[in-house]
Design a protein. Sequence first.
Length: 142
Amino acid sequence: MKKILGEFKQFALKGNVLDLAVGVIIGAAFQGIVKSLVDDIISPVIGLFAKKDFSSLVLTVFDVNIRYGAFITAVINFLIMVLLIFLLVKAINKLSNIGKKQPQVTEKEVTTKECPFCYTEISVKASRCPNCTSILDNQSFK
Ligand SMILES: [Zn+2]
Protein backbone atom coordinates (compact mmCIF):
# COMPACT_ATOMS: atom_id res chain seq x y z
CA MET A 1 0.00 0.00 0.00
CA LYS A 2 2.82 2.37 0.90
CA LYS A 3 4.54 1.56 -2.39
CA ILE A 4 1.40 2.37 -4.37
CA LEU A 5 1.04 5.70 -2.56
CA GLY A 6 4.67 6.51 -3.34
CA GLU A 7 4.18 5.72 -7.00
CA PHE A 8 1.01 7.78 -7.10
CA LYS A 9 2.82 10.73 -5.52
CA GLN A 10 5.59 10.46 -8.10
CA PHE A 11 3.00 10.34 -10.89
CA ALA A 12 0.95 13.26 -9.56
CA LEU A 13 3.98 15.49 -9.03
CA LYS A 14 5.35 14.99 -12.54
CA GLY A 15 5.34 18.24 -14.46
CA ASN A 16 3.17 17.03 -17.31
CA VAL A 17 0.35 15.94 -14.99
CA LEU A 18 0.24 19.43 -13.51
CA ASP A 19 0.33 20.90 -17.03
CA LEU A 20 -2.55 18.63 -17.99
CA ALA A 21 -4.59 19.72 -14.94
CA VAL A 22 -4.00 23.38 -15.78
CA GLY A 23 -4.99 22.65 -19.39
CA VAL A 24 -8.24 21.00 -18.31
CA ILE A 25 -9.12 23.95 -16.03
CA ILE A 26 -8.34 26.51 -18.75
CA GLY A 27 -10.32 24.39 -21.23
CA ALA A 28 -13.34 24.34 -18.91
CA ALA A 29 -13.13 28.12 -18.47
CA PHE A 30 -12.84 28.56 -22.22
CA GLN A 31 -15.85 26.35 -22.82
CA GLY A 32 -17.99 28.62 -20.64
CA ILE A 33 -16.95 31.66 -22.68
CA VAL A 34 -17.49 29.88 -26.01
CA LYS A 35 -20.90 28.54 -24.92
CA SER A 36 -22.01 32.01 -23.89
CA LEU A 37 -20.70 33.46 -27.17
CA VAL A 38 -22.68 30.94 -29.21
CA ASP A 39 -25.84 30.83 -27.08
CA ASP A 40 -26.13 34.56 -26.37
CA ILE A 41 -24.67 36.17 -29.50
CA ILE A 42 -24.33 33.84 -32.49
CA SER A 43 -27.53 31.80 -32.07
CA PRO A 44 -29.85 34.84 -31.77
CA VAL A 45 -28.24 36.34 -34.91
CA ILE A 46 -28.78 33.10 -36.87
CA GLY A 47 -32.25 32.98 -35.30
CA LEU A 48 -33.03 36.32 -36.97
CA PHE A 49 -32.75 34.63 -40.36
CA ALA A 50 -34.61 31.52 -39.22
CA LYS A 51 -37.22 33.84 -37.61
CA LYS A 52 -37.20 31.60 -34.54
CA ASP A 53 -35.08 30.93 -31.46
CA PHE A 54 -32.32 29.03 -33.23
CA SER A 55 -31.44 26.48 -30.55
CA SER A 56 -35.10 25.51 -30.08
CA LEU A 57 -35.65 24.52 -33.73
CA VAL A 58 -37.29 21.11 -33.80
CA LEU A 59 -38.13 18.84 -36.72
CA THR A 60 -40.92 16.36 -36.02
CA VAL A 61 -40.72 13.10 -37.96
CA PHE A 62 -43.17 10.27 -37.11
CA ASP A 63 -43.90 11.93 -33.72
CA VAL A 64 -40.16 11.99 -32.88
CA ASN A 65 -38.72 15.41 -32.08
CA ILE A 66 -35.35 15.99 -33.75
CA ARG A 67 -33.78 19.05 -32.10
CA TYR A 68 -31.44 19.93 -34.97
CA GLY A 69 -31.13 23.55 -33.80
CA ALA A 70 -29.47 22.42 -30.56
CA PHE A 71 -27.23 20.05 -32.51
CA ILE A 72 -26.08 22.82 -34.88
CA THR A 73 -25.41 25.01 -31.82
CA ALA A 74 -23.21 22.25 -30.37
CA VAL A 75 -21.33 21.93 -33.68
CA ILE A 76 -20.72 25.71 -33.79
CA ASN A 77 -19.52 25.54 -30.14
CA PHE A 78 -17.07 22.79 -31.08
CA LEU A 79 -15.71 24.58 -34.17
CA ILE A 80 -15.09 27.84 -32.29
CA MET A 81 -13.42 25.89 -29.45
CA VAL A 82 -11.10 24.06 -31.89
CA LEU A 83 -10.23 27.33 -33.64
CA LEU A 84 -9.39 29.01 -30.30
CA ILE A 85 -7.22 26.08 -29.17
CA PHE A 86 -5.44 26.03 -32.53
CA LEU A 87 -4.65 29.76 -32.28
CA LEU A 88 -3.54 29.35 -28.64
CA VAL A 89 -1.19 26.44 -29.44
CA LYS A 90 0.22 28.34 -32.42
CA ALA A 91 0.93 31.39 -30.25
CA ILE A 92 2.58 29.26 -27.52
CA ASN A 93 4.77 27.47 -30.09
CA LYS A 94 5.87 30.81 -31.52
CA LEU A 95 6.78 32.11 -28.04
CA SER A 96 8.74 28.99 -27.07
CA ASN A 97 10.64 29.05 -30.40
CA ILE A 98 11.76 32.64 -29.73
CA GLY A 99 13.09 31.52 -26.34
CA LYS A 100 14.99 28.59 -27.86
CA LYS A 101 16.69 30.22 -30.84
CA GLN A 102 18.52 33.11 -29.20
CA PRO A 103 20.65 31.28 -26.58
CA GLN A 104 21.87 28.75 -29.19
CA VAL A 105 23.40 31.49 -31.35
CA THR A 106 25.23 33.22 -28.50
CA GLU A 107 26.42 29.88 -27.10
CA LYS A 108 28.11 28.97 -30.39
CA GLU A 109 29.94 32.31 -30.58
CA VAL A 110 31.27 32.10 -27.04
CA THR A 111 32.44 28.47 -26.64
CA THR A 112 34.72 27.97 -29.65
CA LYS A 113 37.45 29.83 -31.53
CA GLU A 114 39.76 28.99 -34.40
CA CYS A 115 43.38 28.06 -33.74
CA PRO A 116 45.59 30.58 -35.63
CA PHE A 117 48.16 27.88 -36.46
CA CYS A 118 46.13 24.84 -37.66
CA TYR A 119 42.71 26.49 -38.17
CA THR A 120 40.68 23.87 -36.26
CA GLU A 121 37.85 24.70 -33.87
CA ILE A 122 38.98 24.62 -30.24
CA SER A 123 37.63 25.79 -26.86
CA VAL A 124 37.74 29.53 -26.29
CA LYS A 125 39.41 28.89 -22.92
CA ALA A 126 42.32 26.88 -24.35
CA SER A 127 45.81 28.27 -23.80
CA ARG A 128 47.34 25.47 -25.85
CA CYS A 129 45.84 23.97 -29.02
CA PRO A 130 44.86 20.28 -28.49
CA ASN A 131 45.39 19.53 -32.20
CA CYS A 132 48.78 21.10 -33.05
CA THR A 133 50.02 21.82 -29.46
CA SER A 134 50.82 25.47 -30.32
CA ILE A 135 50.84 27.85 -27.33
CA LEU A 136 48.08 30.46 -27.67
CA ASP A 137 48.27 33.90 -26.02
CA ASN A 138 44.48 33.76 -25.19
CA GLN A 139 43.39 36.67 -27.30
CA SER A 140 40.15 36.12 -29.18
CA PHE A 141 40.93 34.95 -32.69
CA LYS A 142 38.39 35.08 -35.48
ZN1 LIG B 1 46.11 24.32 -33.58
